[in-house]
Design a protein around this ligand. Structure first.
Ligand code: ZN
Ligand code: ZN
Ligand code: ZN
Length: 203
């Protein structure tokens, strides 16, 4: 195992007077449940233990909203839902149109970005004539307010580390245990890596 300085995802409780930063599914202090529509997810550079079994932290990727910097997930389900009319559920584009829109899009994020741009050109559903409204992809935004030019979608995904909760032990407890098990006179094998947040732009 080793220590690594990594961008860790955390949530900030929205209960007035609490504002606790936490990593799990609910605020440990006031028990407010995490809801993506209300609670901001952000990054903190922290020292975490890696190469332990079971892992305490896992790497994943998120979208960082271009408007509010909130971290959110993009799922295939979200992209499919946006390509359909919110009123009648029928596809807003013909198959050939969609193929053209997604011609050079390889990743889900690229597809979402292209779809977002294409949706801004669609005034109404071709099936039921219901007008098409563009909303932010970031769950924190009010769906009735028009989003910014990218709908909150970034150019690239951001790598984040999230607590797995495979073990109930806290980082401090685990560190303590490992140190106690160390043989006297032996230096703990600790390697500290710094990981800069990737702001790569290859689009
Ligand atoms: Zn709280
Ligand atoms: Zn946002
Ligand atoms: Zn429709």
């Amino acid at each position: 195992m080793r220590l690594r300085l990594a961008p860790v995802e955390y949530k900030t409780c929205t209960t007035a007077g609490c504002e606790m930063k936490y990593e799990g599914a609910q605020c440990p202090k006031c028990r407010q449940a995490f809801t993506p529509q209300q609670v901001v997810k952000a990054l903190h550079d922290r020292l975490i233990l890696v190469d332990v079994d079971p892992p305490l932290y896992e790497q994943t990727q998120r979208c960082r909203c271009t408007e509010c910097k909130n971290l959110f997930d993009l799922s295939e389900h979200d992209v499919i839902a946006r390509a359909q009319c919110a009123a009648c559920g029928k596809p807003l584009f013909q198959r050939a149109q969609l193929q053209k829109i997604w011609q050079e899009a390889e990743t889900l994020l690229q597809r979402a970005r292209k779809l977002d741009r294409a949706l801004r050109q669609v005034a109404a559903c071709p099936h039921c004539a219901q007008s098409v409204t563009v909303k932010s992809w970031c769950p924190l935004h009010d769906p009735s307010t028009p989003p910014g030019p990218t709908g909150g979608l970034p150019q690239n995904l951001t790598v984040v580390w999230v607590r797995t909760f495979h073990t109930a032990e806290s980082l401090e407890e685990l560190q303590q245990r490992e140190w106690l098990e160390d043989e006297p006179g032996l230096e703990p094998e600790t390697e500290i890596e710094t990981e800069a947040e990737s702001e790569r732009d290859d689009a």
